[in-house]
Ligand binder design. Structure first.
Ligand SMILES: O=C(O)CCC(=O)C(=O)O
Ligand SMILES: [Fe+2]
Length: 350
């Protein structure tokens, strides 16, 4: 594959801690992304989980709701998450200001190194599929904040403060959710939390597109996230779609909520009781759109296979034990946009 195409592919992928370089077995996934253009749009609704109620007597009921949402839909919205409205407004203002800066200023964060602590990724044209992928994103490590904050932009001047505030809040939401998700699987509350390592964020910016380009333009093409969970904050412009019962469903923004996706690694930890969510983002012809995706990762030596408790004669182990480091290395060998990344960790795999 020519180097330019490799760069294009790499631009659309998440960056993995520990991934050093593209190995020679690298395959071209572009010609076969799991987009389903023929899928119809469904009018299904999204389960809404009340995070505040997790801290009171209704906890068992909410834990059950969470487990059902992860099992049946693979995603849900969270209300009463406790992230203050000014913190949300401020991360969007900062993101908008960052992406409205001249290209030279944004490009200071461009690097082809997938291992960089901070990285700008540009919109690009996929010549093979003949589509334009309109997302520009700034991705960076963010936990613990003190370790990484010095690498973050100083323009706009609000950047570091707004990001630190939002990301500290989102980490708290993440820990609360992972506790309840662990319980919903019958595991100790801190079972998943104990595996946590990195936290990575992507500030996503989609410029408004010309209507004549729409057929050829995606925001982000269909993918699952290679995470434990992803917490997605959307602004008020629709664009996110999730595959639900074989149909694309619009996941329109609900004020004061965040959306949570099951990622590939939770699919493995849950012994396939939960399924990672295939999703994509479309662009809007009139309005720019922004989303903030917080990707929750394990530490590199954390074991990801299903726990003993989730294995019995009715539920034989679907995945072997593997570390996150092994998963990250595998990612670069079989670059895929979906949970095919997990195939070589299946018990039935050769
Ligand atoms: O912008 C969106 O709604 C989706 C973004 C996304 O899927 C991601 O950043 O992984
Ligand atoms: Fe995603």
């Amino acid at each position: 594959m020519p180097a330019t195409m490799l760069q294009q592919v790499a631009k659309d992928l998440h960056v993995f801690p520990g991934a050093k370089h593209l190995p020679p077995t690298y395959k071209d996934p572009i010609s076969n992304p799991p987009t389903l253009p023929e899928a119809q749009v469904s009018d299904g609704s999204i389960p809404i989980i009340d995070l505040e109620a997790l801290h009171g007597p209704r906890r068992p009921e909410i834990v059950k709701q969470l487990g059902q949402a992860c099992q049946l839909q693979g995603f849900f919205a969270v209300k009463n998450h406790g992230i203050p409205r000014p913190t949300v407004d401020s991360i969007f203002d900062t993101t908008r200001e960052f992406f409205h800066q001249p290209k030279e200023e944004r490009m200071k964060f461009y690097t082809p190194d997938p291992n960089s602590d901070i990285r700008l990724m540009n919109a690009y044209k996929d010549e093979v599929a003949n589509v334009y992928v309109a997302r520009e994103s700034l991705k960076f490590h963010c936990h613990p904040v003190e370790k990484y904050v010095d690498k973050w932009p100083t323009n706009p001047p609000s950047f570091r403060k707004s990001s630190a505030e939002y990301l500290t809040n989102v980490r708290r939401v993440e820990i609360t959710l992972l506790g309840a998700i662990s319980e919903s699987l019958g595991l100790e509350t801190d079972y998943i939390e104990k595996k946590l390592g990195g936290h990575y964020v992507s500030l996503n910016y989609y410029g408004a597109c010309e209507e004549s380009n729409l057929e050829l333009t995606y925001g982000v093409r269909a993918h699952t996230d290679p995470t434990i969970i992803t917490i997605l904050l959307q602004d008020e412009v629709p664009g996110l779609q999730a595959l639900s019962e074989g149909k694309w469903m619009d996941v329109n923004p609900i004020p004061d909520t965040v959306v949570v996706h099951v990622g590939d690694l939770l699919q493995a930890i849950s012994n396939h009781r939960f399924k990672s969510l295939l999703h994509q983002a479309m662009v809007n012809c009139e309005k720019e759109r922004m989303s903030i995706a917080s990707y929750c990762y394990p530490s590199s030596d954390a074991m990801i296979g299903p726990p003993e408790k989730l294995i019995d004669s009715d539920h034989p182990a679907v995945y072997k034990d593997f570390t996150f480091k092994e998963f990250s290395e595998q990612m670069w060998k079989v670059i895929a946009f979906d949970d095919a990344r997990l195939n070589s960790f299946k018990c039935s795999a050769a």
